[in-house]
Design a protein around this ligand. Sequence first.
Ligand code: CDP
Length: 806
Amino acid sequence: MNDMTPTREQREARLEGLGCKRKRVEDIRFTQGKGNYVDDLKLPGMLHGDFVRSPHAHARVKSINSEEALKVPGVLAVITAETLKTVNLAWMPTLAGDVQMVLADGKVLFQNQEVAFVVATDRYAADDGINKVVVEYEPLPALIDPFKAMDADAPVLREDLAGKTSGAHGPRKHHNHIFEWTVGDKDLTDAAFRKAEVTIKEMISYHRTHPSPLETCQCVCSFDKIKGELSIWGTFQAPHVIRTVVALIAKIPEHKIHVISPDVGGGFGNKVGAYPGYICAAVASIVTGKPVKWVEDRIENLTATSFARDYHMTTEIASTKEGKVTGLRVHVLADHGAFDACADPSKWPAGFFNIVTGSYDFPVAHLSVDGIYTNKAPGGVAYRCSFRVTEAAYCIERGMDILAQKLGMDPAELRLKNFIKPEQFPYHSALGWEYDSGDYHTAMKKMMEMVDYAGLRKEQAAQRAAFKRGETREIMGLGVSFFTEIVGAGPSKNCDILGIAMFDSCEIRLHPTGAGIARVGTKSTGQGHETTWAQIIATEIGIPADDIMVEEGNTDTAPYGLGTYGSRSTPVAGAAIAMAARKIKAKAQMIAAYKLEVHEGDLEWDIDGFRVKGLPEKTMSMKDICWAAYNSVPPGMEPGLEAVSYYDPPNMTYPFGAYICVMNIDVDTGVYKIRRFYALDDCGTRINPMIIEGQVHGGLTEAFAIAMGQEIRYDDEGNVVTGSFMDFFMPTAVETPHWETDFTVTPSPHHPIGAKGVGESPNVGGVPAFSNAVNDAFSFLGATHIQMPHDYWRNWRAAKNLGVFA
Ligand code: CDP
């Protein structure tokens, strides 16, 4: 080896593979304003569409008059449900097996529901047109309180379902009932509660909120009448699924539909489903023969496309006096709004909520979920969480704190006592999941040590004593949360969307000079896939990450994939990427053996190429193999070096984490101070620690927002009272606390590189940590459970209700 020969470390570093804090390659264009978003697209002759929306939450639509609107200069068409009926598109199927009005058909069922679509030469003209459309409504009583939805005299919302005693998920008990879903052994669970020494029961609500990505939902549809082809550029998290849905409902052959997701400015679940705007823009383009753009504004986004959560969870835990849990019973009232448009895999009406046993070894459990209709916007999307997992984590993590309080035990100690032990993995939960791997005790103990948990509890005791002596008006809370996520939907044995199994895919093509392109079925909405996918390939086949271009989002070029949401990209597509790379490596080994004139078995892999066992100087680099693949492959072998993999995961992955929030609250004002927030995450093998840290920072900021104020709230008439960023809490750098992050590594045994997802973990674990901190602070004044969100006013009100101003 001469001085110029790179060392093994240098060769490895040059790849920027797994574990490297590689800088995000996409940020080069994002930070210079060179991203290419849907609203940047301007096609010749492009028209603009915008909606007439309902001011009422529940009303009969008696007439729609478009005459004056059509006289507005620039307005070309006004599309209503009657127009859509001519092409059989007045209603569309939802992902949850329900149907949804595209435009109001006889009735409106929530405020800001789409009533008519005005198409004009520009957005301003469309807006002027909207103001001239005259809609005559007959207001009906609005049903807003989910707890009244199944009263005998509750208003009938869905007249289209009259007489239907069963829906997509079984029998319906009432005209506003959608489904009942039950899991677990009811008899054994009831018996555990009868025998229990200690029980708790609490109604824990997770309020309605919204993913509110900075870029709203939007699309441009362009129908080419000559070719009979429809091109759709849109903010889609799952472009292939959109293509299939359009083919099924618009009856256009799938190969004649081109769906392109360009750069997307945040998704968080909001951009998974299909919305009336997409259908109307497509129909408008077919009708006018021109491209049509539809871009939501902020109020429309917050009030009409996809809420999240709205779960009301009656939670019971049975335990021994010593704090060993013996049973869990949960009933959920799930408020789905006007249509069940939940974005869940088809067979999971409440998503993966049956992960509600959390990180604890519950011998028995029973869960029942009732889905109901109300006069609110439809949705129920997985906002920065796997399907309904954040609700489940909140439910069990509040439940464990309430139990600890009843037992007079420390909440961390109660958790340590009940954790699934490392030797129990793979662990079969009472509600049917097989957890792949975990080491909860190590994570929890590391968290407790890093923040000096014992010291914090001492400080809290001193603070409480000072409060009682009247020396301070601040109370201190420690919010412990330990979560287990379930991500990577999913194995075809239990997950599909509209009948399509939830695999994912990757196609890698290497060029003669040793560079290449990887096309993947996922779609980054800010997670940095262009950076991390290339890192997986770099480690697998020894081509530097910088020499691999990653492309996603074009259904004509990417292999069919189910998209990005619920932290599924790394567990599913990440595995497909590794498997495609391994196919390439297998072919590369045959080429290297031929060129080095040895048997394939005589070769071993060495960072960026093959070498002959026992003869380390006899090597062939992957770069050289690429060249050989295009000019001198073994006789009988096809030239070229490319591979495709469709990966159907054998199981989900189960990331976990230990979080703690240290908070002080001033009881006179309700103002809180987040003193410290420490988040330890275990997502198995870490591809890019810097991106993981960014994901955790973002998810914690969303968790902070949700727990401490972010809410979609309705008044009694069904008016949305938090429909803009003036009222919907959107934290800026000013309010956002400082985040401390940490990790342990427990690889997934079934994932090719041992990686689990991470994107949603901080939202799942963060919300209970904040809420437990508030509740822990108030517990010493006698509170058991204070509902979220914990904004200043509600904290003040909680203090008042606890009598601190007496
Ligand atoms: O599906 P989504 O991309 O939202 O979530 P994810 O699979 O958790 O990945 C989010 C980002 O974190 C991606 O860029 C991943 O490659 C990265 N990541 C990582 O570096 N290591 C992991 N073990 C998991 C995710």
